[in-house]
Design a protein around this ligand. Structure first.
Ligand SMILES: [Zn+2]
Length: 191
C-alpha cells in the first residue's frame, strides 16, 4: 500500500547550457547540440527512478525573437535526438514570457514546477534542479528541494554573481557538469 501512494522524485533540468550547448536565443533546429554527458546522465537518473523534467525560460518569445511554433519544432527535434540515443524526458515546460511580464512561470518562480508536480505526482522537497544559472538553483530552493549549480554554459559568469553576493546566493551544490551532478544525486540516494 505504502508504495502505491509514494510520490515521485524529479530532477528538473535546465535546457541551454545544461543538456544542450548554450546558444544565444537558439532559433534553429540545426543549432541544437546535445552536450557530451547528457545522454549518460539522463539514462543514469532514469534507471535510478527519477522523473526527468525539462524547465526552460524562453523569453525569446516574449521579446519577439522566436515564435511558439518555432520553439515547438526545436523541442520536437530535441526529443527526437534524445530518443535516438535511447533517452527521453517525462515532461517539458517552458516559460514564454519576458522578465518584465511578471508572470508566475519564469524561473525561479514555481509555475512550471507546480504543473509538473500535479501531473506527475512529485514530491518537490525531495526533488532537484540542475542548471547553469542562479535562477535554476533558486528554483530548487524555492520549491524546498535541492538546487545544483553547473559551471557549463553561463556557469562561469553566473559564478561571479554568486561570489559577489556576500553569501546571499548559495547553491546547495556546485558541479562541473551535468554528469557530475547526476552522479552526486545518485550518491545522495545511497545515504
Ligand atoms: Zn512565464
Amino acid at each position: 500500500m505504502e508504495k502505491r501512494t509514494k510520490k515521485n522524485i524529479a530532477v528538473f533540468l535546465d535546457r541551454d547550457g545544461t543538456i544542450i550547448r548554450e546558444r544565444h536565443y537558439l532559433r534553429k533546429v540545426k543549432d541544437i547540440r546535445i552536450l557530451s554527458g547528457t545522454v549518460e546522465s539522463l539514462s543514469l537518473l532514469r534507471k535510478a527512478g527519477y522523473k526527468l523534467i525539462l524547465v526552460t525560460n524562453q523569453s525569446g518569445i516574449g521579446r519577439g525573437y522566436l515564435t511558439k511554433k518555432k520553439l515547438a519544432l526545436i523541442h520536437t527535434h530535441l526529443k527526437k535526438l534524445l530518443k535516438k540515443k535511447g533517452v527521453y524526458l517525462d515532461a517539458l515546460y517552458y516559460c514564454p514570457h519576458a522578465p518584465g511580464d511578471n508572470c508566475s512561470c519564469r524561473k525561479p518562480k514555481l509555475g512550471m514546477v507546480k504543473l509538473a508536480q500535479k501531473r506527475l505526482n512529485i514530491d518537490l522537497k525531495k526533488s532537484f534542479t540542475i542548471g547553469d544559472h542562479v535562477n535554476d538553483f533558486l528554483l530548487g530552493q524555492n520549491m524546498g528541494g535541492t538546487g545544483i549549480f553547473l559551471l557549463t554554459g553561463h556557469g562561469k559568469e553566473e559564478l561571479e554573481k554568486i561570489n559577489s553576493s556576500g553569501g546571499r546566493l548559495k547553491p546547495d551544490r556546485i558541479e562541473q557538469n551535468l554528469l557530475a551532478a547526476a552522479k552526486w544525486i545518485l550518491g545522495q540516494k545511497k545515504k
